[in-house]
Design a protein around this ligand. Structure first.
Ligand SMILES: Nc1ncnc2c1ncn2[C@@H]1O[C@H](COP(=O)(O)OP(=O)(O)O[C@H]2O[C@H](CO)[C@@H](O)[C@H](O)[C@H]2O)[C@@H](O)[C@H]1O
Length: 647
């Protein structure tokens, strides 16, 4: 296979070196970086050990003796030692780290240099209540690649996840970098980057028929390396993807740059003095980052770079796939023979004219067929023809590496007892402030101030996914009741106009706040009694989690992550004390949604103690990232069990 030149990708600065070019000559000293993993051999189903010790490239016998030599040396030095694990037949199946008795201190066994230069490291075992646990914890060098990360940029849940999961993972001992564009809008919002420094390092990216130089800005915050790719195409008014005239015409170019730059970042950026190196784990989010796994396989591995890296595609929004005309493939900086990975042919019915052959490139598809694993919120839906948006068959073919993980939330940003945006603080122990938040919201919206009137909220992108059509259908009937309804959202202009028109028609009951405003989303979560989420599909959903944390009762379509996170109210459970955190409805019809809303409204009005129980149960649920981060770590482990899916 003809391979691409890496030479042009060298930094233009003279101050650093590209570790990729030295990977065969530099000796990596491993102390805590030893790792081993198991690979199922084909055919007989037995396991063999695959070693990644530097230089141990020989057969398994050599590897075993190399392990044992190293173990002996480490023991001699009083460092962590390894113990063999064998199966019933005596075959070696793995190693555990155990501390040599009594003498180990952290200083004995770690050096910054080793930790920084290793993609994967095994931490020292923990000693719990005098019992030595032979259990080891593996930490990884993780690179999130994302088009948005809160608080720097946000249009939806992707930003929330990429703004808080990296922090959670860093807190658990991983080295984490987030690579995202440095969007400058020419407004006061740009001050969000005031904590970043220009690394004065530039990479030349060869794509779209030219050479494009990108810079890197960096901020180390909450244990995470936040890296911002700088290029003039990221400097313009609007949101990350478009402005009031629609989507930007050069988004394919902008996110191709992001992907190339993200692949360079671990190799060239000496963050905290050390690069991440090429043994890392890329978490590529949605289509904007989907070229990364393709680049690893097509551009880097032929040059022996990123041979031990892995990638996980995280799908937040399958409806957007980065589909562009087939002819644009040649712009992407990929060898021609990799065209098939991105090739996409629309079914006949989806073609626009007689000469349309339906041929396209599809970024998300590229990642589905090259990433080592795939993650999403709720994995079943995307393998169905209804939820797969044309990719269900491909996704089904990778079902064995497809997992669903329910997101956590940033519980410090979303905390009614300390939220800086809301009128009055409250908690599950003292709910008094919630009604003050409601009054303040009614005042702000110019609605009649009526603390007793059920206030229903909706927050979200004005998009088919979020079930706006159903809300449109139901609103006339819903507003016959004595309720108030506030919607915050932006997106499809047709829905935005409908919100404005509905506000004019129901001045004392309905408010439509068109726009994207994070503080207002906090205020609505705190001020409403009920949050409505009639999403057609929802891989995970975050608003229902925020709502529950703020004592606002979710009424949701029973789908995907909504079904998993909202427990239907049962007034008779727990000896009549009730159980559940909200209402789920199905099927997705106006009637069933209105029925669920009416139950909620009735309970709010007539069963105050049940309502308080619902609020408190939701507020005290554990929504931290701990659960999700643990599951992510499990998937990381699985990812490294096998060799790269495309090598
Ligand atoms: N007008 C507005 N003003 C202010 N804030 C607004 C807003 N509109 C939306 N938001 C905010 O954007 C986020 C939306 O997150 P969601 O998870 O509910 O949906 P989204 O479809 O964007 O996420 C996708 O990715 C996430 C993360 O994986 C999945 O949970 C989800 O199911 C999937 O569809 C929330 O923080 C919400 O408050």
């Amino acid at each position: 296979m003809e391979s691409l030149e890496l030479a042009p990708l060298l930094l233009t600065t003279t101050s650093s070196t590209n570790p990729a070019l030295f990977r065969h000559t530099s000796r990596v000293v491993r102390l805590s970086g030893f790792h081993s993993f198991l690979r199922r051999t084909s055919g007989n189903g037995s396991f063999c050990l695959r070693s990644s010790i530097s230089g141990a490239n020989g057969g398994s016998q050599d590897q075993h003796s190399a392990f044992e030599d190293e173990a002996r040396e480490r023991k001699r030095k009083g460092a962590l030692v390894l113990t063999k694990e064998t199966d019933a037949s005596g075959a070696l199946i793995g190693f555990h780290m155990i501390p040599a008795s009594g003498t180990i201190t952290k200083e004995d066994v770690t050096t910054d240099e080793v930790e920084q230069s290793e993609g994967i490291k095994v931490e020292e075992s923990e000693d719990t209540e005098g019992e030595e646990k032979a259990q080891t914890r593996v930490s990884y060098n993780i690179i999130f690649v994302t088009s948005e990360a809160a608080p720097y940029s946000k249009t939806g849940g992707l930003a929330d996840v990429c703004g808080s999961l990296p922090i959670a993972l860093a807190g658990r001992g991983h080295r984490v970098m987030v690579v995202s564009p440095r969007y400058l809008r020419g407004t006061s919002q740009d001050s969000i980057y005031s904590g970043t420094v220009d690394l004065n390092l530039h990479s030349k990216i060869y794509c779209f028929g030219g050479v494009h130089e990108v810079g890197f800005f960096h901020e180390y915050r909450e244990g995470v390396d936040w890296v911002f790719v700088d290029h003039p195409s990221f400097h313009r008014p609007g949101n990350p993807y478009g402005d009031s005239y629609g989507a930007f015409g050069d988004n394919q170019f902008r996110f191709t740059l992001l992907c190339h730059a993200a692949c360079e970042a671990p190799l060239v950026l000496p963050l905290g003095g050390f690069t991440y190196g090429d043994k890392c784990l890329f978490l590529v989010n949605d289509w904007h980052a989907s070229l990364v796994p393709v680049l690893l396989a097509a551009k880097y591995r032929p040059h022996d770079v990123y041979k031990d890296a892995r990638s996980i595609l995280v799908i937040h929004n399958i409806a957007h796939q980065g589909v562009e005309p087939a002819i644009t493939y040649s712009n992407l900086g990929l060898p021609p023979e990799w065209r098939g990975a991105l090739e996409w042919v629309f079914p006949t019915w989806a073609r626009t004219h007689a000469l349309d052959t339906g041929e396209a490139v599809n970024f998300l598809k590229g990642a589905i067929v090259t990433a080592d694993r795939i993650l999403t919120g709720y994995s079943y839906e995307i393998t169905t023809s209804e939820g797969g948006y044309g990719l269900h068959e491909l996704l089904s073919s990778r079902r064995s590496v497809l997992n669903g993980i329910t997101n956590g939330i940033d519980v410090s940003e979303w905390d009614p007892s300390s939220d800086e945006h809301i009128a009055c603080h409250y908690s599950a122990d003292d709910l008094a402030g919630k009604v003050q938040c409601k009054i303040s919201l009614q005042k702000e919206l110019g609605l009649p101030i009526r603390p007793d009137c059920p206030l229903i909220g909706f927050i979200g992108r004005l998009d088919y996914q979020k079930g706006i059509d159903l809300i449109q259908l139901a609103v006339p009937e819903l507003l016959e009741d004595d309720v108030q309804f506030v919607m915050l959202g932006s997106g499809d202009p047709i829905y935005e106009d409908w919100m404005r028109a509905t506000e004019s028609a129901y001045r004392d009951k309905f408010r439509g706040w068109v726009g994207f405003n994070v503080p207002v989303s906090h205020i609505i979560n705190a001020g409403c009694d009920i949050l409505l989420m009639p999403s057609t599909f929802e891989p995970c959903g975050l608003n229902q989690l925020y709502a529950m944390r703020y004592g606002t009762i979710p009424v949701v379509h029973e789908t995907g992550g909504l079904r998993d996170t909202v427990q239907n109210f049962n007034p008779f459970a727990e000896g009549g004390n009730g159980d559940g955190t909200g209402w789920t409805f199905s099927p997705l019809t106006k009637e069933s949604m209105l029925e669920a809303l009416r139950y909620a409204i009735l309970t709010y009005r007539e069963h105050k103690s049940s309502w308080e129980g619902l609020m408190k149960r939701g507020m005290t649920r554990d929504f931290t990232w701990v659960n999700a981060a643990t599951q992510y770590e499990q998937v990381f482990e699985w990812t490294f069990i096998n060799p790269p899916y495309v090598s």
